[in-house]
Design a protein around this ligand. Structure first.
Ligand code: GRG
Length: 305
């Protein structure tokens, strides 16, 4: 297969999976929020951000992990996968607040606090986080899986995970971080939810060896952050749905490594993640091409040596 044919095949695998699942994810979220949130203003505010057109990468990763293990996807799996999207959405609402990044635009729309006010935005975030744990606890999965899912999501999103990463980010705004420190910050802030996206799939698939799958997840999470930083430098606001060049003096990969260095780091990280999947495939005999296709999310229109 020529490299071009291979690239198109890989791209269409992710595309096909998105086509198969994004509408189902969106409909499920829409319906559950409409039925479960009885306070009208809170309902509007939560639904506004959840339904604002996110890519749904995290629930897709969970469902793709289940598919890789040939597990038929049930409504319970969908509930677990979409619970993660609730946590992700809460983190974006709170990240956009005046006390944090003070952003007016997210996913091409007014941010939650611009639309509903700071008070309601904070409460919508709180409610999304709480609702996520409700969904992890109230489903038909085996009790052991539920406890593991609750425990792992708390670890990923909580005081030693995403919240710790956000604190390090806020506290170090005026400090120049080393590459090691920046990677550690992003591992928590962005990487831990992506790690959990794959881990929750492994838990529900009953996998007994997580290591290479989680190395894939961690490489994807790191690549995701490096790519986000690169896009801030090379994109425009219309493409991103949020203001660009916001990272002028911030701790970012392009600021630390230069743009070429950031591209190289992205390429190396993607290659490491693909290698981890190859090892997982050799060890289990499973077809890892669907998970590998997630790397086609990163559009590398630059040649790296
Ligand atoms: C407020 C506790 C707390 C944490 C916030 C994740 C986070 C921590 C802040 C987001 C900051 C940010 C923009 C990071 C860059 C990577 C990232 C998470 C982008 C947004 O995720 P996507 O691209 O968004 O999956 P969509 O809109 O597609 O869901």
């Amino acid at each position: 297969m020529s490299p071009l044919t291979k690239a198109i095949t890989v791209m269409s695998k992710l595309q096909k999976f998105e086509d198969q699942w994004v509408t189902t994810i969106n409909d499920y979220l829409d319906e559950q929020l409409a039925n479960q949130i009885h306070q009208p203003l809170l309902n509007q505010s939560m639904a506004y951000s959840v339904n604002a057109g996110g890519k749904r990468l995290r629930p897709l990763l969970t469902l793709a992990t289940l598919s890789t293990f040939n597990v038929p996807i049930t409504e319970d799996h969908l509930k677990i996968a979409t619970a993660l999207e609730l946590v992700h959405t809460y983190s974006l609402i709170h990240d956009d607040l005046p006390a944090m990044d003070n952003d007016d635009l997210r996913r091409g729309k007014a941010t939650n606090h611009v639309k509903f006010g700071e008070d309601i935005a904070i409460l919508a975030g709180d409610a999304l986080l709480t609702l996520a744990f409700d969904w992890l606890a109230n489903n038909n999965l085996p009790a052991k899986q539920k406890v593991d899912l609750v425990s792992e999501l708390a670890k990923a999103a909580g005081p030693n995970g995403m919240v710790a990463g956000q604190v390090e980010d806020v506290a170090n705004e005026a400090n120049q971080l080393t590459l090691e420190q920046l990677m550690q910050l992003h591992k928590r802030k962005t990487g831990d939810l992506i790690h959990y996206a794959v881990l929750s799939g492994l838990i529900m698939a009953g996998s007994n060896d997580y290591s290479n799958w989680l190395e894939f997840a961690d490489c994807f999470g790191l690549a995701f952050q490096i790519y986000d930083d690169i896009l801030d430098v090379i994109s425009n606001e219309a493409e991103l749905g949020k203001p660009v060049e916001q990272d002028g003096n911030k701790n970012t990969y392009p600021n630390l490594l230069g743009l070429d260095g950031a591209y190289q780091k992205l390429t190396d990280t993607i290659n490491q993640g693909k290698m981890a999947l190859q090892v997982a495939s050799q060890q289990t005999g499973l077809d890892t091409s669907l998970l590998a296709s997630f790397f086609s999310y990163f559009k590398l229109n630059k040649e790296i040596n």
